[in-house]
Write a protein that binds this ligand. Sequence first.
Ligand SMILES: Cc1cc2nc3c(=O)[nH]c(=O)nc-3n(C[C@H](O)[C@H](O)[C@H](O)COP(=O)(O)O)c2cc1C
Ligand code: SF4
Length: 502
Amino acid sequence: MTRVFVPRDAAALALGADDVARALATHANVVRTGSRGLFWLEPMIEVETPSGRVAYGPVAAADIPGLLAAGLLTGAAHPSRLGRPEDLPFLTRQTRLTFDRCGVVDPLSLEDYRAHGGLTGLERARAIGPAATIETVTKSGLRGRGGAGFPAGIKWKTAADTISDRKFIVCNADEGDSGTYADRMLMEGDPFCLIEGLAIAGFAVGARKGYVYTRSEYPHAIATFDAALKVARASGVLGPDFDIEQRVGAGAYICGEETSLLESLEGRRGQVRAKPPLPAHKGLFGQPTVINNVITLASVPVILRDGAEAYQALGFGRSRGTMPIQLAGNVKYAGLFEAGFGLTLGEIVNDIGGGSLSGRPVRAVQVGGPLGAYFPPALFDTPFDYEAFTVKGGLIGHGGVVVFDDTVDLAHQARFAMEFCAAESCGKCTPCRIGSVRGMETMDKILSGIAVDKNIELIRDLCHTMRFGSLCALGGFIPFPVMSALEHFSEDFHRARLAPAA
Ligand SMILES: Cc1cc2nc3c(=O)[nH]c(=O)nc-3n(C[C@H](O)[C@H](O)[C@H](O)COP(=O)(O)O)c2cc1C
Ligand code: SF4
C-alpha cells in the first residue's frame, strides 16, 4: 500500500489530523510524523510517490474521498496539491539543522532516525572523547536557546571540571514563553534528537542520569517522548551508562527558571534559588548539573556530526548557528522558521510571515516571550541577534515572535505584563512580588485617565526598581514590555485622558 504521512503534532491534531488519518486508514499505509511547521497548511499530508513525496494541504477528513478519486495516491493534481514539500518557499528559505528531520521521519522509529543521520553525533563524541566533545560544542559558538544565550560549552566545562561522583543533565522543556512551540514540536517530531543530545551531554560532563522537565500542557510531547525513551532503552541507546527520566511539571512559568525547576524536580514548590552556587557547581540534589533548553541539546548532535566549523559558519555577530524562529499571533504564515541568526525583524514578520493575518497594518511585535519588548515597525531593521536586541532594549529569548495589528492597545499590554508578573511571581523577592501588584494598580489609574503624567513617572520608577532589585529575570525583565510600550507607543497611555467625557 502507498505510504501517506500524516502529522501527529499537536497543532495538526487541533486542526483535525486524527480524523484525516482515520479516513485514510483503509486506503493507504498511514505513517504518523511530526509537523514541518507550516501551520496554515495543517493538516498537511504527504504521499510517497516514485519521484518523491507530494504534499497536500490543508486537508480535512471530508476531503479524503474527493482526493482519493482525483488520484491522491499517485500524487495527482488537486486544488490542495502543494507539490514537493522541499520546494515550498517557506522551507526552501530555511536552513534546517535542528529541525531537519521534523515532519519527515516517523518520530518513534529508531531505524528512520539512523537512516536520516541520527546517532552519528553520539558515535563521534564517543570516538573523540569528553574533552574534545566539549571543545567542539564551545567552538561551534552554540549559546543556550532557552533565553539567556549563555555559551553551552562553558557551562558543560564548568560541570565537567567540578569533581563529584554524581552529576546530572537536566533538560528544560518547560517552554513557558508566549508564542513558542519549538521544544514541543521537536519532542513530538524528533524525540531521538533530544535523547541523543542528552546522551552526548552526559558523556561529555560525566553524568549518568538525565532529567527532562516537561510542562503538563504538553500531553502529546510527553507521550511521544516517553515512548521514544522506551525504544531507546530497548535498543541500548540508553542504559546503565546513561538513562533519562521525564518529569512533568504543573505549568508554572517560574518553573522554567532553572533554579526553580531544580526545586520542583526535588519535590518542592518552584521557588528561585539565589546564585551562587551555580547549578554547574551545585545543582540537582546538591550535585553538579548542566541545565539546558531542549533546542540547545537538540542542536548538539548535528554539531558533533558535521563539525564545529560548519555550525559556527552560520549566524551573525556573536550569535552563531541557527535559531528556530516561532511566528505566532496575528500573522499570515504562522510557523517554525529555522534560519541562521541575522535576518531582520522586518524580513521575519513581513517577508516570511506575510504580515498580519487580519490584513491590517502590523503595529507591534513582541519578541522573546512575556518578558520581551514590543518593537514598532520603525525598529524592523533590527537583526535577529542576541546583542542587537539588547541594544534596542529587548531580547530574543526562546525565539518567539508574536505579531499584533493596529487594533492592539499597548497600554493594556503593559498592564497585562504587570498582571502576568503578579500571577507568576514566586514571591521570594519584594520588587517582583509587591512591585507587580502596585504596577497593575498604577496602570489601572493610567487606563482610567487619573493623574496620567504622575502615574507614568511612577511606572518608570517602579520599572527601574524591579529591573535592578529583582532576584531573577521574571521581575527583572518585566520592565522590557512595559517600558518599550511606553517608549514606542506612548499615545496609548494618554488615550483615556484625551477621550471626551461620556
Ligand atoms: C522566569 C523565567 C522563565 C524561564 N523559562 C524557561 C523555559 O520555559 N525554558 C527554558 O529553556 N528556559 C527558561 N528560562 C531560562 C532558564 O532559567 C535557563 O537559562 C535555561 O534553562 C538554560 O538553558 P540554556 O542555556 O540551554 O538556554 C527561564 C528563565 C526565567 C527567568
Ligand atoms: S523576581 Fe519574582 S520570580 Fe524572580 S525570585 Fe523574585 S519574586 Fe521570585
